[in-house]
Design a protein around this ligand. Structure first.
Ligand SMILES: [Zn+2]
Length: 278
């Protein structure tokens, strides 16, 4: 065992290693997770700002060194998440669910559809209804149809800290299959969850879904998007999405702080009282 591996093993066994550290190391160990680090000709490279944020997430650092202690976002009620517990709360902030978090999700849906079409499948997105009881897309193979649903798991959230490495991805995969099983069965199809964590590591069923798509074009010697190319693009798209989420979150927080200074009598002022780190 190399010195580095021995030191890592020693750290993972020590009391200094938090559950999040364990999850982070296990996720980053996946060779597909860090493809954004390598130079690629298949997609636009990440901006320097996005690279900086991706490195901070990868290395267990907060997205910025001057974060407030709590999240102030929210329309009807303040989010109030404790950023000292989860500095990457922005990746799962309820106030951004229908905004940048949803756009990151849709970018993955679009990429998956292009990958399926590049492998002789027919694929299209499904219009979401208000009840959110339909999956994201449908892929027609020669002998079957499969619905898929994309989902991101923010491992940095305290709700996942008690879980063993990989358990959160498996739990989300199971919940997605359960959620859409009847819908898929009633439409003579299967359901494939496509789950990845905030670092970009994919669930087992996600990889199986990709492999099944690749098998569909076994006779095609030169598909326009290989699995390797897809995984590289996914890694870049996901980290770019993370960066956009943090940017939107930070901008909204700054806007609220500015308004509070302009009109200190408004109720927002109470949000900031004593919430900034010294
Ligand atoms: Zn929040």
């Amino acid at each position: 065992m190399s010195v580095e591996k021995a030191q890592l093993a020693s750290f993972l066994d020590s009391s200094a290693c938090s559950p999040l550290d364990t999850a982070r190391f296990c996720s980053n160990k996946n060779r597909y997770t860090t493809r954004w680090l390598s130079t690629s000709t298949v997609c636009r490279p990440l901006s320097s700002k996005a690279v900086s944020l991706a490195v901070r997430l990868h290395d267990g650092l907060p997205p910025a060194s001057d974060l407030p202690t709590h999240c102030w976002l929210g329309k009807d009620s303040v989010c109030n998440a404790d950023l000292t517990v989860n500095p990457w709360h922005c990746l799962s902030c309820p106030a951004l669910k229908c905004r940048s978090i949803y756009r990151r999700h849709n970018a993955v849906v679009d990429l998956l559809l292009r990958f399926a079409r590049a492998h002789s499948c027919l694929a299209h997105a499904i219009k979401k209804d208000l009840s959110d009881r339909v999956p994201d897309g449908l892929v027609h193979f020669g002998d079957r149809s499969v619905y898929f649903d994309v989902s991101g798991v923010s491992l940095t959230a305290p709700s996942y800290s008690h879980m063993a490495p990989g358990a959160a991805l498996r739990a989300r995969e199971t919940s997605k299959v359960t959620k859409y099983f009847n819908f898929a069965r009633d439409n003579d199809a299967k359901i494939a969850p496509f789950v990845l964590d905030c670092f970009g590591s994919l669930g087992k069923k996600s990889m199986q879904f990709l492999d099944s798509i690749v098998e569909e074009s076994a006779l095609d010697l030169c598909p326009s998007m290989t699995k390797s190319s897809f995984l590289t693009q996914l890694s870049v798209v996901w980290q770019a999405g993370n960066a956009k989420i943090f940017q939107e979150w930070a901008t909204e927080m700054r806007k609220l702080a500015h308004r509070s200074r302009q009109r200190p009598s408004v109720s927002l002022a109470s949000r900031f009282a004593g919430t900034c780190r010294a």
